[in-house]
Design a binder for this molecule. Sequence first.
Ligand SMILES: [Zn+2]
Length: 419
Amino acid sequence: MTRTVRINRDRLWDSLMELKEIGAYDDEATGLRGVRRLALTDADADARRRCVRWMREAGLEVRVDRIGNVYATRPGRDRSLPCVLMGSHIDTVATGGAFDGTLGVLGGIEVMRTLNDAGAETLRDIEVGFFTEEEGVRFGTDMLGSAVTAGRIPLDHAHKLADQDGKTVKDELIRIGFDGDACERRPIPHAYIECHIEQGPILAAAGVDIGIVEGVQSISWQRLTIRGEAAHAGTTPIESRHDAGLVAASVVVEARRMCDSGDFGQLRATVGNLDIGAGQTNVIPHEATLTIDLRNPDDDHMTAAEQHLARYVHELAARHGVQAAWERMAKTVVVPFHPGIQQLLGATAEDLGLPYVRVMSGAGHDAQEISAICPTAMVFVAGENGGISHTPREYSTPGACANGTDVLANAVLRLADQP
Ligand SMILES: [Zn+2]
């Protein structure tokens, strides 16, 4: 007979609404109140202290590691066993909302309060944590704290990363008082579960609050520079032009055609940055640069898409007599989450009577780093307005937040009793 707990919905919501006041700003574009809490700024420090206060009020043991990740522990009966870890991040982008990251952290704290209220004992320790600089907005590397924890990024390297003003991660950790002494390569957890808003439209379209995340899709960022030849717009015959702008525009259209073709699985291609050199009305563009963001839930399809695009650009460049140069900006392969943890999350949702769908994550998360060191999966919570995020319009209902946190609570409870 498995125990079931229900979190306190109002208490979770009150925490979410309280934390969103820290770093709040008036957003001109939307006319809404947003959250601007870049990593290791004063606002982030205030939010960190608020979370630590809540952790201590819940009777948890708090520790800070050398990259500023914060963990709080609720002891189990056998403290020699690896813990069950919950967490996410509380830093935001410059135009953030109240839910991205914070739901998983405040949800985790609410799980602890709920277990306290229920007088629940567990076999294993349970921990809730938040990771430093998940967004990567200030110091240029996203998932920084969790990547250091997983060993992908060395601590020294992370400490030396600097923001636009030359302030380093290390100096800022010291300044805000979060340069902890716990080892960043923390004890390996029994399992990690991250509850996070979906930041997409799939759950709402399916009419459910909950998503069980199968993994994080592959991401490829490249910059393409095309060099042609400037010439007079009126006197240069069409057939003798070396039009860099035309080639760039063709790539934009081809990227979309590739998505529509179905030949590359569930490819998503975006040209978010397109710059046509001097930008003169009566001059054929001699240079164009564009970025190409590709996402794919399948590594083979991703490789095929990259190869096709390379071939396409090669042939197009030859036809128009222009030079094309590729530069790799970023590439991550598909990160599949642990099947056993996914199964447990699905069973937990079913037992709670909460319908769910299985989804791939389109965005990066701390969980993809932590999955390198222990069995990991994620719970997604539906968002309103098509799941729009990284804007003050980001919103998930109190009910959806509570349902996702109920799944988190009960899954963690089960994992914490596993021998
Ligand atoms: Zn996030």
